[in-house]
Every structure is written in structure tokens, then in C-alpha cells.
Design a protein around this ligand. Structure first.
Ligand code: PLP
Ligand code: COI
Length: 364
């Protein structure tokens, strides 16, 4: 086990006033307001991980030659802190995020942050910013750990100096309309990731690659973009920032794209697979051609579809919009199975449903 490290804590002397913070927490939106503090740690080839700090949230000094600004050597994570009815603060499966950050680090030639340091960084931030964890229904504090190549060097090689940060932002619903079914745009021209590429890593470049398709989605009245595999352009992969499930309601079956190496291994996805199996649903991970979604939706076999991820939790999909066709009905209500799984998952996260797998970690 890695040793605990001691963070040097510098308190923010001008935190946001309590009344202003409470006003924000009533309806926080997503990713727009940040807490009073942040955490950072440095890494160097010679010194390893060092200088753990908690300090006031603020701009990061950045050398213009920092490798991340030129070659995109960066990774991140996303998880949430939830306030339970007794006031305590918890997070969901942080070890899984820590391990995924390590896998992303390996792929992006960055150093692996020990799991214990990752979890300690979250506890340290909550110790100073716990008041930022909201308690209104469907709210949480979104935690965003990230790591980047900070070395000032323009040669193309893995950086020898790296910075890890943790920031936090109170969060409500990711999509503006709440949990009403979303419309998703099928990207037929652009791929998000390729086999052998970085799709399974949570790295900024994958999101940069998705933005032009996401803009196309907005222009076509959709909330998110759906990507197909880059080789055959036939099989479903995932959305720009979420995994995907199709529900065969009459057969008691869920289908989800199998992990291909170019899909992000969602922690929500994995948790849903477990919860669905526990309900007696069959869960099949396989290649799913878009043509199959069309056919099985038209014949009534596919009764529901949903997107899932930390930010979006479980969001019903009303309609897929492609250039030449649509699937589903944008005005159909959220599906029963979708909402039942959502209820159970959010119940575990908020302490209303028993945590039978020990997924929750107490932060304070
Ligand atoms: N796929 C992508 C591309 C994502 O950005 C995310 C969000 O983190 C997910 C899937 C879902 O992952 P998780 O459930 O771990 O949040
Ligand atoms: C998350 O769900 O944590 C993500 O990183 C996805 C992003 C769309 C916010």
C-alpha cells in the first residue's frame, strides 16, 4: 500500500459568501461554478509524486511551451460527491475512477497516480469544500481530477514533468430539460476514436475530436452525438460523453456495445450491467449494427434506449436522428425499465437504497 501523504493546506481567505453559495446550490446547472479550493500534486521523473497541496481555486501558472498545450498529453476523470439525508458526504466507486485514470495514464505515457493518492485528494478537497455538496434532489458535487504534461519542452516525447489537479463544481442535470428523453444525432462523417487509438482512455483529444460532430448535433436539434465504429461505420460505439443501452422490454433483455478498445469503459455502464442482472434482466454485450436498432425499434422489439455516464446518470433516448432516417419517437415518455434502473442507481448513490456491493465511500 502506498503511504499517506501530507497535503499542505492554504485556506481561501475570500471564499464565496454562504448565502451566495446556497443560492447557486439550489440550481447549479453543470460545470459553470467552481468551489473555493483545488488540490494539486506534481510529478517529475526524478522526484516522483511530490508537493501535495490544497489551495484557493484559481488560475494555473502555465509556461507557453508546456507540452500539453502543443501535443495534448492530458487525461481526466469525472465522479460525484453526494449528500445523504443525515448530512454525510459520499462518493461512488472512486477506486474504479482511480484505476481508469491509471489506465488512461498508461495509454497517454503519463505517470500513474497511486489509487490512495487519488482518493486522498478527494477527501482533502471535501474537508475544505464540503459545504459545496448540494442536497437538493438530483444534485451533487461533480469532481474533476485531471493530469497534464507541464514540462516546457517542444520535442515530441513523454513529458518528464506532470501536474495532477482536482477541481469541483456543483452539478444538477447535465441536459437542460431534466430527465426527459433526449434526441441524439448519428454522426455519419466523423469518428470519435479508432482501434489502436485512444478511445478507451479518458483524454481530452477524444472530446476535441467529437466537437464538430456535437455541433452538427445541435444544428440538427439534437442534444448529443452517437458515434459508430471507425472501421465499418456500422456498429454503435458510444455517445460523445456517455455509453449506450438498448432495452428489449418484452424479452427482459438489455443490449450494449461490447468494449471494443475504442469505447470508454464507463463505471456507470458496468454498474448498470450488475444491477440489471440482479433484476433478472439478461444483459448482452455485443456488436450492434445501427441497422439492427432501426429494425428492432420498427418491429417493437426495442422498447426503450438510454445513455449513461457520471454526468448524465441515466438519460432516456427519445429519438435517433440521421441524415436519411430517424429511429423512435421524440415525444415518447421515458421507459419503465430505464427509470427503474435509474431509480435504483441514484438511490444507492444518495443513500436511499442499500449499498449491497460496497460501492459507496464515505468522504466526511
Ligand atoms: N463515454 C464517454 C466518452 C464519457 O466521457 C463518459 C463519461 O465519463 C462515459 C462514457 C461514461 O463513463 P462513466 O460512467 O464512468 O462516467
Ligand atoms: C462524465 O460523465 O463524467 C464525463 O466526463 C462526460 C462529460 C460529458 C461531462
Amino acid at each position: 500500500m502506498t503511504e499517506q501523504i501530507t497535503f499542505e493546506v492554504t485556506k481561501n481567505l475570500t471564499p464565496l459568501a454562504d448565502a451566495q453559495r446556497e443560492e447557486i446550490l439550489k440550481d447549479p446547472g453543470f460545470g459553470v461554478v467552481f468551489t473555493d479550493h483545488m488540490v494539486d500534486l506534481c510529478w517529475s521523473e526524478k522526484g516522483g509524486w511530490h508537493r501535495p497541496r490544497v489551495r484557493p481555486y484559481g488560475p494555473i501558472p502555465m509556461d507557453p511551451a508546456s507540452a500539453v498545450l502543443h501535443y495534448g498529453q492530458e487525461i481526466f476523470e469525472g465522479l460525484k460527491a453526494y449528500r445523504h439525508a443525515d448530512g454525510s458526504i459520499w462518493t461512488f466507486r472512486p477506486e474504479a475512477n482511480a484505476k481508469r485514470l491509471q489506465r488512461s495514464a498508461k495509454r497517454m505515457a503519463l505517470p500513474e497516480l497511486p489509487v490512495e493518492h487519488f482518493i486522498q485528494s478527494i477527501k482533502e478537497l471535501i474537508a475544505v469544500d464540503g459545504a459545496w455538496v448540494p442536497s437538493a434532489p438530483d444534485t451533487s458535487l461533480y469532481l474533476r481530477p485531471f493530469m497534464f504534461a507541464s514540462e516546457a519542452f517542444l520535442g515530441v516525447r513523454a513529458a518528464k514533468k506532470v501536474a495532477y489537479y482536482l477541481i469541483a463544481s456543483p452539478a444538477g442535470q447535465y441536459f437542460k430539460g431534466g430527465i426527459k428523453p433526449v434526441k441524439i444525432w448519428l454522426s455519419e462523417n466523423y469518428s470519435r476514436a479508432a482501434r489502436g487509438g485512444t478511445g478507451a482512455a479518458k483524454t481530452g483529444g477524444n472530446y476535441a475530436a467529437s466537437l464538430v460532430a456535437q455541433e452538427e448535433a445541435y444544428k440538427n436539434g439534437c442534444d448529443q452525438v452517437l458515434f459508430l465504429d471507425s472501421e465499418t461505420h456500422t456498429n454503435l460505439e458510444e455517445l460523445g460523453g456517455m455509453n449506450l443501452f438498448l432495452v428489449y422490454g418484452n424479452e427482459g433483455k438489455l443490449l450494449t456495445p461490447k468494449l471494443s478498445g475504442s469505447i470508454l469503459e464507463g463505471i456507470t455502464r458496468e454498474s448498470i450491467i450488475q444491477l440489471a442482472k440482479d433484476r433478472g434482466l439478461e444483459v448482452v454485450e455485443q456488436d450492434i449494427p445501427i441497422a439492427k436498432w432501426r429494425e428492432d425499434a420498427a418491429s417493437g422489439k426495442i422498447t426503450e434506449a438510454f445513455a449513461c455516464g457520471t454526468a448524465a446518470v441515466i438519460t432516456p433516448i427519445g429519438q435517433v436522428v440521421a441524415k436519411e432516417f430517424t429511429i423512435g419517437d421524440p415525444d415518447a415518455p421515458a421507459g419503465e425499465i430505464t427509470m427503474a434502473i435509474r431509480e435504483e442507481l441514484t438511490g444507492i448513490q444518495t443513500g436511499k437504497v442499500a449499498d449491497r456491493y460496497g460501492w459507496m465511500t464515505k468522504l466526511s
